[in-house]
Design a protein. Structure first.
Length: 341
């Protein structure tokens, strides 16, 4: 016989898989948009490569997943109330990500989910449960700090790196530079997809594991292989379907750039994702790293190539993401609480 807790656990697991699929569907554009625009990769091959390396990246590292599980466990009560908290976060974060995708805006799925989880945890604390301080710590360390660090660092490094790179190729012909740059950009696109798996893929495994732990179906302490495989598969499946709305924004509406600057932008993005996952264990947003690097590399040209109106619109949504998702996550949990308590 299926109990209420078992049913709730299945719902949370299905919503987590759907969120992972949506994440891959949106983030496919991050690794391949500029490479396709500059003809470094064909659209079909780019999506296949991105899916493969996203899956591989998810399976190679558990650093972010371990971070998320350790940060969240303190805030999630056992049983149905805890599952309702996770469901509130998934629905709030997924709805915001889907809305922004529909409008062609690249926002961070990582930040939307963590902010929604923090908001639901804060609502839980208002009802008498412990953990509100940990919710704010999670919001500050998992969203607000990367929100400030990632765009500034990615923009500055990409802008500065264009100078020595263009100096090195100053005596080469345009066709030679474009040919080498396209090859480098193809490799960098694969690296971004791998970094996306290292970063974003672990969130799904962490949430699947956390749902099982909250329902009493697994022991806490680490991410199990089964949830990790399931999360990697859902994320890669989303990448295979590809979300070209955001790709159009990144490749055609933000910046007009050549293959050389595209290679610089994607190389910086990949390096930041690897750095965040392997060294400093900071949840770097793939979306923010790629978008900011593209704008930074494209801004360092003799002619004005950046459409700042679109950049400012994206920045406003990045800033709004933590607030909107935290508020909606808290409201959803308060609405669910009478039904599950």
């Amino acid at each position: 016989m299926i109990t209420g807790q078992s049913f709730m656990m299945v719902v949370v697991l299905l919503c987590t898989c759907a969120f992972a699929f949506l994440n891959g569907f949106r983030d496919a554009s991050n690794s391949v948009a500029v490479a396709v625009r500059n003809r470094a990769l064909t659209p079909t091959y780019a999506v296949l490569v991105a899916a493969f390396f996203t899956f591989a990246g998810t399976m190679l590292s558990t650093s972010f997943g371990v971070y998320l599980v350790s940060a969240v466990e303190l805030n999630v009560p056992d049983g149905i109330p805890g599952l309702a908290l996770l469901l509130s976060a998934l629905l709030a974060g997924g709805a915001w990500a889907l809305l922004c995708w529909w409008r062609g805006l690249p926002v961070s799925s990582t930040h939307s989910l963590i902010a929604a989880l923090a908001g639901a945890s804060g609502a839980s604390a208002l009802l008498g449960n412990d953990g509100v301080h940990d919710a704010w710590r999670m919001l500050a360390g998992g969203v607000l700090l990367p929100l400030v660090f990632t765009p500034v660092f990615a923009f500055a490094v990409s802008y500065a790196l264009v100078i020595p790179v263009t100096w090195l190729v100053r005596h080469s012909t345009a066709s030679d530079v474009n040919g080498v740059s396209r090859a480098g950009q193809a490799i960098a696109a694969c690296a971004v997809a791998l970094g996306n798996g290292l970063q974003d893929g672990q969130r799904t495994g962490a949430f699947l594991t956390l749902a099982l732990v909250t329902a009493g179906a697994a022991e806490p302490g680490s991410i199990m292989l089964g949830p990790q495989l399931l999360g990697a598969g859902c994320l890669a499946a989303g990448v295979l379907f590809g979300g070209w709305r955001i790709a159009h924004t990144l490749a055609y509406r933000l910046v007009n750039m050549d293959p050389l600057r595209g290679m610089v932008a994607q190389s910086v993005s990949a390096a930041m994702l690897f750095l965040g996952a392997m060294l400093i264990h900071l949840p770097i947003s793939t979306t923010q790293a790629v978008t900011s690097s593209i704008v930074g590399a494209g801004a360092n040209q003799r002619f004005e190539s950046v459409t700042w109106r679109h950049v400012n619109r994206i920045l406003r949504h990045w800033v709004a993401t933590p607030l909107v998702c935290a508020v909606v996550g808290g409201i959803l949990y308060l609405a669910m609480h009478p039904l599950v308590s």
